[in-house]
Design a protein. Structure first.
Length: 186
């Protein structure tokens, strides 16, 4: 029973951390209108049914002006995310700097292999059961980048190793994973 409660608390904290990593706002305080708008935009993006581990979106808000950055693996997602952000109360304008990754059978194959290599590892099984797991796999013309949030440095390193061992990628895997608890070893 105690382990279940600890697991649920850890899962909730990771979801909050993933949302916080996506909402980087230059606002002065947590209760500022820009911070609230950013949190609402991030919430809408996370609820978007086609937001997957193949996409990576960052949100910035300044005086109600929303800037969307990152990558998506399908062209329609870029327009959909702009519409979602525009509907959030408090948004004055939306600048969409989202990159649409090339649609490629080869890149799709790499995405699947890297995802399997990472999420089949027992260390990441608790992440794999989430609707949108916190490790995002961005593949651009055969080059792999990991984005998102993990709990500790060991998970970051293991995810990078697993991604590199998946094969097919061109060059080294770029590991941009953020660590929620940098002091923890594992």
């Amino acid at each position: 029973m105690k382990n279940r409660i600890q697991f649920k608390l850890m899962l909730a904290s990771l979801l909050v951390a993933a949302g916080t990593a996506m909402a980087s706002t230059p606002g002065p305080a947590d209760g500022s209108p820009d911070t609230q708008v950013a949190q609402k935009v991030v919430h809408e993006i996370r609820l978007y049914p086609w937001y997957t581990i193949w996409d990576n979106i960052a949100v910035r808000v300044h005086d109600g002006d929303v800037e969307l950055q990152g990558q998506v693996n399908q062209p329609y997602k870029k327009a959909d995310l702009t519409r979602l952000a525009q509907r959030v109360p408090g948004v004055r304008s939306v600048t969409n700097d989202i990159e649409v990754l090339p649609t490629s059978f080869f890149d799709d194959r790499i995405r699947l292999q890297v995802a399997r290599a990472i999420y089949r590892d027992p260390m990441f099984s608790r992440y794999a059961i989430q609707a949108v797991p916190p490790i995002h796999i961005i593949v651009n013309n055969g080059h792999v980048t990991l984005e998102g949030v993990v709990n500790n440095p060991m998970e970051k390193n293991v995810a990078g190793i697993r991604a590199g061992q998946a094969g097919l990628s061109f060059g080294q895997v770029i590991n941009n994973l953020q660590v929620e608890n940098p002091g923890k070893k594992g």
